[in-house]
Design a protein. Structure first.
Length: 151
């Protein structure tokens, strides 16, 4: 007999890969704006600024990808694990981010102010940009369907 009451059991096999869709969409948007971000950083802070901005955009996309992968795996496993993965994964990824910055901060190609500003603005910018396209309905979980486009 299952320890979980029947009303709380969820068929996760039938759920669409919402997290994967969101991560791919965010990565696509991030790669789309990356040349502009790197260009602005190059004009404002030179070569080190451009390198730092490019590194920051790559870190943000990797961070969001790891988040999506962890949440996708946890959502298929159990709802309790999903909550643990959401909070614990965030704390682990932020710790890893601090570690990466500590490792590279004294490299000659790093401009720390540009790196910090790009990390913050790219992370928040991509999340806010993506929120415009997210559907919070049960009929279309994940990305909102585009009008006139067949799946």
């Amino acid at each position: 007999m299952s320890a979980t009451p029947p009303a709380l059991e969820v068929d996760t096999a039938a759920a669409p890969p919402v997290e994967r869709e969101l991560v791919v969409d965010i990565a696509r948007r991030g790669l789309m704006v990356a040349p502009a971000i790197v260009g602005v950083a190059a004009i404002a802070r030179g070569g080190a600024g451009a390198a730092s901005a490019a590194f920051a955009v790559a870190v943000v996309i990797l961070n969001l990808g790891l988040s999506g992968a962890a949440l996708s795996w946890a959502a298929r496993t159990s709802l309790n694990l999903l909550m643990v993965a959401a909070l614990g994964g965030f704390l682990l990824r932020m710790g890893a981010l601090v570690g990466v910055i500590a490792l590279i901060r004294h490299q000659p190609w790093v401009d720390l102010p540009t790196l910090a500003v790009t990390l913050l603005l790219t992370q928040l910018g991509l999340l806010f940009w993506e929120s415009k396209y997210v559907s919070a309905t049960l009929a279309y979980p994940g990305l909102k369907p585009q009008v006139g486009k067949e799946k």
